[in-house]
Design a protein around this ligand. Structure first.
Ligand code: WTA
Length: 708
């Protein structure tokens, strides 16, 4: 990101003040490359560059059969890619398979006693749980029987989970997949109300949750969210018949809230009825949905990204094998919460389809101290470590010497979710990996199912701050505003798009195919009648720049999405939470640069006449955001202003507010109807304490744009 301290001009020579350069990060110095450690390449799953011939554009789409063949199919596919209804691509058409079988049953013969999961409770006094594939098989079958016979779920039904990071979450996912039910996990840190919106959108009549869990040394009464979730779903017309509640500690309840008779059921009281029960995995069409994952976009309503069974599973398995270098004998730890796409693809489905051992950690990786991650890694023998730049920044800041004092030994380390600054990357490589681990910076999205850009670690040199070239079978292009390709090495940034479909791409937005088309394809589609995939580039919504060496550097979102510690929040969702407070007349959410989290939201509100004191309303706005979205969305500041900077058509200029938040020049304000308001807002902002150095003017210009 451009606010990092490296301020040298890059080789392409774009000057920071050159207004003709749309590139915000052109002055981010080109980094040199580092070859992957020889010990790594000698054993890598992929070391032969011919992979890129096998996955060349000429061999597309048949190249992806290589990934599909990593799975067990009940019926083989007939057509690799059906493009008859773009952009609703259908992968491995005609094939049938079951994800639960692929992640569990098929490993029993060879590795029934190997741990599939290792669960690490946050409390260090509590025993680590090793769950072998055989035990996983039994627990998945029993819960599948309960979902089918007690909850009445059938193939195609949606079921919402609001579960924290415990083994019951993957068990629930695999049980749903076993009977063909579509699971919709809502991140455990989201509020009950946010969960309810997703229950309603997905049309789930069953909610699976847990009584409580540990986080940051505290016991969270998670069941407390249920009432709000059910109420909010019902207010949107969706009745919840059954709430199934896992017990974090069977026999000892972690909630003080009473269970509601007839609706709420403790799973520990029911599961005994299904002891030893076997449920045949339902053969699903490759194109049947496996799950929905809700994510934020440019409008207030979260989008249910619908992922397929065959294409998705093939893609995450293939990329886990080739990019994460995962092998069945590895102890692999990805710190992402399963409530986000990274957890679905690279904590659960990819690693288990490969037959690996995946570590699940309940709590905060820096609790009770910044060495916790290194202790866990050393003790369990983790050899692949996958995490976020936010955690790396935090550990680098709080305890830079600690990794060297511990015996963690990684073969590969992966980062995901945000750009990583070169100096943070270097600390990760030198100190955490001790110079012995290959590092991959993986760029992708909820929508894409799996990785889009990354180095293939046994082949490509690493370049700090750059995600790398495209992964096999992905063909990106950077387009300018008018859809013209930008040459690699030009020093200019644009919108990164993917020219071709791939098996992991979402199938549609649940219940809203039109929005799917509009959001991701309309902008650069050459011919909406065409059934040739070449006419349908996928628009990622990210800005990027490509070096002469073909490596992509991702600059961040170009839409109204704010990435907070890697969590994706929509400006519109934040604003509508503000407007729920009756005294608020108008609201705007903008990104503020944060040293550790990348970005945090700053909120501006104006009040209706006769409103109570500003501080009181601001406090209510803050609680409304936490209540409707969750603590992850808590704003840094809530500024109460007299009016918003507006265009003649009445649109709020977020760009001006973001400039004031970040302490940079607000630019041209002459197009505002009320330019005089800027000085008064600046005064309000100046009174608040500010820890962050702020975004640079160029980064701001890129990230926060207003169309008039
Ligand atoms: C950003 C997370 C830079 C990007 C898997 C993308 C990244 C958004 C990287 C998707 C990376 C993800 N470098 N930026 N390696 N990975 N992003 O849907 O802006 O939570 O569009 O998926 O995160 O976020 P999402």
């Amino acid at each position: 990101m451009s606010e990092v301290p490296t301020r040298a001009t890059n080789r392409a020579g774009a000057s920071p003040t050159d207004p003709s350069s749309p590139s915000i990060d052109a002055r981010w110095k080109e980094e040199g490359t580092i070859p992957p450690p020889a010990r790594f390449t000698a054993q890598a799953n992929v070391r032969n560059p011919t992979i890129f011939e096998r996955f060349s554009e000429e061999r597309f789409p048949a190249c992806f059969e290589e990934y599909a063949r990593l799975l067990d199919w009940s019926t083989p596919w007939k057509t690799v890619l059906d493009t008859s209804h773009p952009p609703f691509w259908r992968w491995f058409e005609g094939g049938t398979l079951n994800a639960s079988h692929n992640c569990v049953d098929r490993h029993l013969a060879e590795r029934g006693d190997q741990p599939a999961m290792i669960f690490v409770p946050e409390d260090e006094a509590e025993a680590v749980q090793y769950i072998a594939y055989r035990e996983l098989h039994q627990r998945v079958n029993e819960f599948a029987a309960l979902l089918r016979d007690f909850a009445g779920l059938r193939r195609g039904d949606r079921v919402t989970f609001h579960l924290p990071m415990t083994p019951e979450l993957p068990i629930s996912m695999l049980a749903a997949a076993r009977i063909g039910a579509v699971h919709c996990e809502v991140f455990g840190g989201f509020s009950g109300a946010a969960c309810g919106t997703r229950i309603a959108d997905s049309g789930s009549r069953v909610l699976v949750t847990m009584d409580g869990y540990s986080r940051n040394g505290r016991t969270i009464d998670h069941f407390a969210n249920v009432e709000a979730a059910v109420r909010s779903a019902e207010s949107m017309g969706q009745r919840v018949d059954k709430v199934l509640v896992w017990s974090r500690h069977p026999g000892r309840s972690l909630t003080t809230h009473p269970l509601k008779d007839g609706r709420d059921h403790r799973i520990e009281d029911l599961i005994g009825r299904y002891a030893g029960k076997r449920v045949d995995p339902e053969p699903m069409a490759s194109t049947d949905p496996l799950f929905l994952m809700y994510t934020s976009g440019t409008t207030g309503k979260p989008k249910g990204c619908q992922h397929s069974t065959g294409g998705y599973l093939a893609y995450v398995t293939g990329t886990a094998k080739y990019v994460l270098d995962l092998k069945p004998e590895d102890i692999y730890w990805c710190t992402a919460d399963i409530g986000w796409i990274t957890g679905h693809s690279y904590v659960v489905y990819g690693p288990l389809a490969i037959g690996g051992t995946t570590v699940l950690y309940e709590g905060v990786p820096s609790y009770p101290d910044p060495s916790r991650s290194w202790r866990i890694s050393e003790r369990l023998g983790v050899n692949i470590f996958h995490t976020s730049p936010t955690l790396i920044r935090q550990l680098r800041k709080t305890a830079p010497e600690e990794p060297h004092r511990h015996g963690q030994k990684f073969r590969l380390m992966a980062t995901v979710g945000e750009p990583i600054e070169p100096e943070v990357w270097r600390w990760f490589y030198d100190e955490v990996g001790k110079g012995e681990a290959a590092v991959v910076d993986t760029w992708w999205q909820t929508e894409t199912g799996g990785f889009l850009c990354s180095t293939v670690p046994g082949i490509h040199p690493m370049k700090p701050g750059s995600a790398g070239p495209a992964v096999p079978g992905i063909f990106p292009v950077i387009l300018d505003e008018d859809g013209r390709p930008i040459e690699r090495g030009s020093g200019h940034a644009g919108i990164i798009c993917i020219r071709n479909p791939w098996p992991g791409i979402m199938q549609t937005i649940w219940g809203d195919p039109h929005r799917f088309l509009e959001q991701y394809y309309s902008r650069f589609c050459r011919d909406e009648k065409s059934t040739d995939w070449r006419d349908w580039p996928y628009v990622t919504g990210d800005g990027a720049i490509q070096g002469a060496d073909g490596y992509f550097r991702i600059l961040g979102r170009l839409d109204d999405v704010i990435k907070v510690a890697g969590h994706r929040l929509g400006a519109k969702e934040l604003e509508s939470a503000c407007l729920k407070v009756p005294e608020v007349a108008e609201a705007a959410a903008v990104p503020l640069a944060d040293e550790l989290k990348g970005r945090v939201p700053d909120i501006y509100i104006s009040l209706k006449p006769g409103a109570p004191p500003a501080a009181e309303v601001a406090a209510r706005v803050r609680s409304s955001i936490v209540e409707l979205i969750g603590k992850v969305a808590a704003p840094q500041h809530v500024y109460v202003v007299d009016d918003m900077p507006k265009t003649r058509s009445g649109k709020i200029m977020r760009r001006v507010l973001a400039a004031l938040s970040n302490g940079v020049d607000a630019g041209d304000t002459t197009t505002l109807v009320n330019p005089e308001i800027v000085a008064s807002i600046r005064k309000v902002v100046a009174q608040a304490p500010r820890a962050s150095p702020g975004l640079s003017a160029e980064a701001l210009h890129k990230e926060v744009r207003d169309t008039e």
